[in-house]
Write a protein that binds this ligand. Sequence first.
Ligand code: CUA
Length: 335
Amino acid sequence: MQESIKFFPETAAAGAAEVDLLYYFLIFVSVVMTVLIFGAVAIFAIKYRRRSEDEIPKPIEGSTKLEITWSIIPFLIMLVMFGWGAKLFFDAYTPPKDAYNIYVVGKQWMWKVQYPEGQREINELHVPTGRPVRITLASEDVIHSFFIPAFRVKHDVVPGHYDEIWFTATKPGRYHIFCAEYCGTEHSGMIGWVNVMTPAAFENWLAGGGAEGSMASQGEKLFQQLGCSTCHLLDEQGRCPILRGVYGSQVLLDDGKTVVADDAYIRESVLNPNAKIVSGFHKDVMPTFQGQVTEENLLQLIEYIKSLAVKKTNTAPVQQLGPKVPGKAPTGKTQ
Ligand code: CUA
């Protein structure tokens, strides 16, 4: 693999070639402009050099035509750069809805990977060819950056919220994962491998592990252990909102705003329950779970709540949850 120094890493994902093409274009424009500018400097220095002590050059009147030309042409070239770059950017940040989700948590100094089916691994990532894969990125401590050169994807992993990248791998093989953000002593050792497999081999691999059960079932266990289930009852109103069918829905808050119940919202609700109170419920009923759950736990809880969404029976777009009468909310249980 390292037989020669390459200017570009291998391309093993759809769209990687397009990224390279834009890069070639930028290099091409830069080289042409550099040659033009330095060439003109050299030629003019020779052509218009002072030939005698008393030589006085003719005054320059200026040329509107010339000035417009050298303004418009670079402007158009830069518009191409902007348009082309924006297109690739939006492609890179818009994962398809049906993408397969994998969760990666950066931690000094390793990448911890979880699959919805329950497999977990460290510094190894397995993905199938031909299927869009979305990676949800979280950090347990400091800023890392998840970088797979062969796929031309790189994204900072910032603690406190979720980031996301996606790709469709095209070529089976083993490719490097790097941490591209200095994150402490062993930053340079925060290296992993992505194993691109054929879909059949990937299914096989997926079926082989996951002794602890799916992420959703691990999340369900946590949901019981942490006592979430004593207030968030599954089918009747407890002290806290029913979570069945909540994932992905619009939630009405007590300030009249609505919010989509996505990963970020659930994460915030676990760590900082008072940040957004569902309409009809109260502040300070739910304690914070900050420090009690790891980022991996949070992702398991989210997968569990996601799995509850599937069994949704009604499809009301706005979840009007909970009793409106304040006195009705507590069920007598106290924590
Ligand atoms: Cu993690 Cu550098």
